[in-house]
Each structure stands twice: as structure tokens, then as C-alpha cells.
Design a protein around this ligand. Sequence first.
Ligand SMILES: C[S@@+](CC[C@H](N)C(=O)[O-])C[C@H]1O[C@@H](n2cnc3c(N)ncnc32)[C@H](O)[C@@H]1O
Length: 434
Amino acid sequence: MTEDDERYGLNWPGRRAALAAAAAPPLSVLEPRPASGLAEASTRNLLVEGDNLEAMKLLLPEYAGSVKLAYLDPPYNTGQALVYDDRFGGGRGRREPDPGYVDLRARRHAAWLSMMLPRLMLVRALLHPRGAVMISLDDAELPRARELCDEVFGPDQFLATLVWEKVHTRKNAARGFSVSHEYVLAYARDARQWDRVLLPRTDAGAYRNPDDDPRGPWKLDPVTAHNPYSARYKLPTPWGTELPPPTGRFWAFSEETLKRKEAEGALVWGRPGRYPMVKRYLADVQDGLVPTTLLTRDMVGDTASARRELDALLGAKGVFEYPKPLALIRQLLRIATRPDDLVLDAFGGAGTTGHAVWQENGADGGQRRWIILQRPEPLSPDVPRQRASAAFCQAHGVCPDLAQVTRLRLLKAAAAVGGAELGFRVACVRPREP
Ligand SMILES: C[S@@+](CC[C@H](N)C(=O)[O-])C[C@H]1O[C@@H](n2cnc3c(N)ncnc32)[C@H](O)[C@@H]1O
């Protein structure tokens, strides 16, 4: 290898094949499954049963550039086999990284990256110019996911790594640390154009108007700040003295601004010797709150509450192992969608995203639409981890596979949310006839 061959970037055995998988034309068709959904004649929501790479390729002609929020909750790569089947270049079957690659850990990362790369490329093609992708992850793949997204979306499109407090219990058997959080990695299609939505104000109650100020409710802000401000003037007081900023602090406003605020009656003096405060009017602050990167369980629920809400809805325990809380997805919807937007969930699982979209529409009168993709992974009563899901399918008289779990959840969610607007069509990814 010469220096010319060296370059900075993420590389792994199987990368070229993964790029080929993204570029290969689809080998399947989307076949409608009438009478499997709900209110099918009037709805624009769509559940696709099939591998998400093939499904996204088939959706591309109709939906390119139209997804405002793509939520991805891929397998976390905890060591279990990844299920995907990317056929490309005419070949068929499950693709493995180069068999010469012997380091098992690295091989596992390679498989995950090979699964994610083509899917992220398709997600990018589906994203609206003002849209974003949000990816649930834990520490197993966060560093590589960030590099991969830098490559697919561009490093300038990085928005944030949100931290979700997923549990409050401490695992005393944990080696080192008991992990309380996961991540949501957010990238924009174009960060300069990203349509971030401000969150509803939760602090409006802190603004009051005890003096009937004609400019409306206000609250008091300090007149000094930690951060240096170039002007170090002295402020004249109503008692004929002059105040310098306190030691180690700075004026938060220029001399000119403070004078103007005083003339407008927005500077409030207390007892002599004390620093004044400045009125901040509710009418002057932004229409909402800028989202922060911390998603606490008080705000958005945790894994235990997610399981409880799903068990209650399905009337059965443990049908889906790791659903996300509805409130978590709703928070992402609030930040990244407006009432008419299209949402894509490419790793549908228990269909939480569809349910959350319906709830959010109910809350703000919106008409967001969703597309959910889920592989029909077979479920066997003989596999302990699949027993509850297989039994659930059997109890509902449907074929035991994960896409049926998604479909049944969405049917039950529609009944729980209620309202005439709820519906979805179902289609499956079917190999094209030779
Ligand atoms: C972590 S779960 C998603 C859970 C979901 N967010 C919820 O709240 O229920 C990941 C899901 O993606 C599905 N999946 C994995 N690989 C897939 C693929 N290539 N195509 C479609 N679905 C896939 C899995 O079957 C699983 O249901």
C-alpha cells in the first residue's frame, strides 16, 4: 500500500458489495394486500411487508424527496444474527462479509454497516429537502453510525445526538457502569434548510402581569451574565450612584439597550445597592421552545413504560420485546414534522410510529401520513423469545410473522385512538415473475 492508497474514511469488508446493493435495481414488485388494512379506500398510510431495502427502492418513484421524517430503529447489533437479504448484481441469498475476515467483533460491525449503508442511501433519496432522519442506537454502533451518516448525508448535515433515558433502575450486576440511556442520532437532508419545529411553550405560566403592563405578561431576567460582554460601563441608579457589573460578571446588555429598556419602563429596580432586573415579555420570546438533546423518561417514557403500554393495547404480555414508547416518537414528530407531513419508519417493529402519528394528529388536528416497513420474519412457538408473539398471531388467526404483529398493533391502535381519519393499506414485496 502506498500513501496514495491511504485515505481517511470508514472501510470494511463488504463495503463495495453494500454500495452495489444500493445501486442495483429492485428485483420485486409491490403487491397490494386488499382487505388487510383499514379504511383502505380513503387512506394514504401504507404498511409494507418485506425487506426495507427492496421496499424503499419500490417506493422511490412515487415518494422520492417527500419524507419529512425518517425514523429508523434498526437492530442494535447486540450479537444476534442480523436478518437481511440484499440481492444485488443478479446474485441471491444472504450476503456475508469476506469470509477471510476472522475477527468476530469486526465481522459483526462489518455486517451491520453493510446492512445500513444501502438503506441510509435509500432513506436519503426519499427525504424531503427540508427533512431529517432520526436513528435509534446504543453504544454498540453509535461511533460507526455517525461516520456512516457523515458519509451518506455529509458531516455538515449532522444535527444532534439525542440522549434518551431508557431506564431508571440500576443493574447491580453490570460490569463497570449500569447503562441508563440510548441515543437518537439526527441528520438533516440539508441542515441549512431543515424545518425544525419549536416545541410548545411549557413555561408560559411563569410570565405574569401584576402591574397591568400594556405589553402583556412578563418575567424578570438578570441584568448581568457569566459571559464576557465588551462594554464595561457603569449603570446610573435611581439613587444617584453608579453601579459597575459585579466582580466576575458582565452586563448582559449594551449600555444603549439598557438605557432604552429603562426609558420603556422595562428595567425594574429593587432595594438600593441591588442590581436591577429586566422584564422579558412573553410576546417577545420565540413562539416555542428550542428542542434540547436530552430526552428524560419523565418527558418521553422509558422501556418499561413502552412495554406496559403495548401489553395493555394488545391484551397480551411480551408480544414485542423492545417497543419504543409512544411519547418518545411523538416528541420526534413534534420536532421534525408539521401537520401535513409524511413519516417513514423503515424498521417498523410493533408499529409504534403509526400509532404515535395518529395520536399526534389527534392532538394537533394534523393529517400526517406514514409509511411503515417490516419484514415478515417468521415466529415459532418453539423459540422461547418468539413464543408470545407466535401465540398472539395464532390467537388472531394470522400467519405467525412479525409483519402480522405490526399490522395487528396498527389495527388495535386505530380502535384505541378512534376517529374517522384512521386507516392504512397493506402491500407486500413480492419477487418479480421471471
Ligand atoms: C428494534 S425493532 C423496531 C421497534 C419499533 N421501533 C417499535 O417501537 O416497535 C427493529 C425491527 O426492524 C425489523 N427489521 C430488521 N431488519 C429489517 C429489514 N431488513 N427490513 C425490514 N424490517 C427489518 C425487525 O424485524 C424489527 O421488528
